[in-house]
Design a protein around this ligand. Sequence first.
Ligand SMILES: Cc1cc2nc3c(=O)[nH]c(=O)nc-3n(C[C@H](O)[C@H](O)[C@H](O)COP(=O)(O)OP(=O)(O)OC[C@H]3O[C@@H](n4cnc5c(N)ncnc54)[C@H](O)[C@@H]3O)c2cc1C
Ligand code: SF4
Ligand code: SF4
Ligand code: SF4
Length: 541
Amino acid sequence: MEHPFAITLDVGSSLVNQTGSWRTSRPVYLDRLPPCNHACPAGENIQGWLFHAESGDYETAWRELSKDNPLPAVMGRVCYHPCETACNRGQLDAAVGINSVERFLGDEAIKRGWRFAPPETESGKRVLVVGAGPSGLSAAYHLRRMGHRVAIHDAGPAAGGMMRFGIPKYRLPREVLDAEVARILDLGVELRLNAKVDNILEAVKAGGFDAAFLAVGAHIAKRAYIPAGAAAKILDAVQVLRSMEGEEKPLLGRRVVVYGGGNTALDVARTAKRLGATEALIVYRRTRERMPAHDFEVEEALEEGVLMKWLSTIKRMDEGTITVEKMVLDASGFPQPTGEFETLEADSLVLALGQDVDLSLLEGVPGLEIANGVVKVGPNMMTGYAGIFAGGDMVPSERTVTVGVGHGKKAARHIDAWLRGAAYAPAERYELASFDKLNAWYYADAPKTIRPVLELARRTSTFEEVQHGLDETNALYEARRCLSCGNCFECDNCYGVCPDNAVIKLGAGERFRFNYDYCKGCGVCAQECPCGAIAMVPEEF
Ligand SMILES: Cc1cc2nc3c(=O)[nH]c(=O)nc-3n(C[C@H](O)[C@H](O)[C@H](O)COP(=O)(O)OP(=O)(O)OC[C@H]3O[C@@H](n4cnc5c(N)ncnc54)[C@H](O)[C@@H]3O)c2cc1C
Ligand code: SF4
Ligand code: SF4
Ligand code: SF4
């Protein structure tokens, strides 16, 4: 297949006029690890699925993608896409819109009703998954595809964890989540709702399970001591966002103050606006640069009219007012009080100060190591108790949906090996296809597609989705912007430029081979391979 955005040279031509007469090194074809794949916490073979998407074979692309991640339509909306931050194309013009192509494939799959292939064999083993958030769902999916019977027990009334009870609808429509959850359950995964597990060892024993994967998330809101008058209305962010899923919407009043600087604070403030608050103000003790929230979410909130008060802490709340103290950052960037106070109007105060993990189901389990309120796991995701694995927000790591999905996959592989009395050996890691390995001048300019967004007036009055998806033309264009870093995409350049006809073409999809009887080791092929798929290695004499 021809790559549309790379220049293909004519056979026999060469940009570098150089031939070797004495071979001190020889060219070898290799596969390098693309930086996007390396950066994806779910371990997706991004380059692999983009390759299929480039040719318009979306179902194969989706199947390749969902080998690692069963939630592409969700992830194409909520993932913070570290893959794009790492993408080599970012050093050329702008990163490939991996996240938007992922969403396009996920949406196509829902639209066209594509299903996962059922397991080929049954292992006869049973695994208990506690928690139907992204991590538990991912583990259940992978374990089921490996042929194990899986039961998920969740304390809540619906599956999804924080994808349903945290992330607002205007970022993740619930029909998208429902469709992707249903497809996992269709594999034969059993889901028990309103089924809180109070004691993990008893639950494993009672159900006759052979292993367990825990992914209970972090749902207990952190509190700050704020002296308050009797009529002061103080709520916590997870409680407010959770109640958005129920019949009764939270009563926040006209002037809502949100305390915190993370993404959750922004979600609450933006939700308050949509519920009709005339003023939604975020109070944060540091500066915008030091806010843990992602910059694009801060921008979106500001566009919607959310107000920010930096360098301030809340000292007290009374009926209709809060008192804030102005802060200054010291030399180490830590906020220090100034003794200057201000009174602001506020009908309600929502605390968005982070969440702790409820570890009560692990009480009495021997061998566990708990530090900073999270459970330690080994490189195989197993806790200190044999057969009990854990992942997602309840273990030490970054707290995102994608990390949770990655943990679920990794744990499933290790659980599968453990159930067979073996150890899972990860695949061999190739050298990274960093930007300096590419010959970037071969690629034509192709600016990134901008995703359409909902008009501002509707953004502040409805819960309609803010970011729109790409249409097929744009998705195809975006997939074709991929440089195929480190892996041959059969552009024929090496075949064309070799002055000694030492490159043998093996046919479509089969790539090439060197005929070392003819190769003089001039290195022209390596210099003219756009994507760095040829290396010159010293000859051994
Ligand atoms: C407001 C908000 C917005 C966010 N936005 C994003 C975003 O845009 N992108 C992103 O990547 N991440 C985001 N995150 C973070 C992300 O949602 C979490 O990191 C992720 O959901 C963690 O997945 P998990 O599977 O570990 O746990 P959770 O999603 O929290 O799921 C845990 C599940 O376990 C169940 N459970 C708990 N205790 C028990 C028990 N004892 N027995 C049975 N079931 C139990 C719960 O009911 C829940 O369904 C956001 C978080 C919040 C709070
Ligand atoms: S899950 Fe996130 S990091 Fe992985 S490919 Fe998708 S957008 Fe990129
Ligand atoms: S150009 Fe393609 S292969 Fe290279 S890092 Fe970006 S998405 Fe990955
Ligand atoms: S190895 Fe040859 S055919 Fe493959 S991308 Fe490089 S130059 Fe093109």
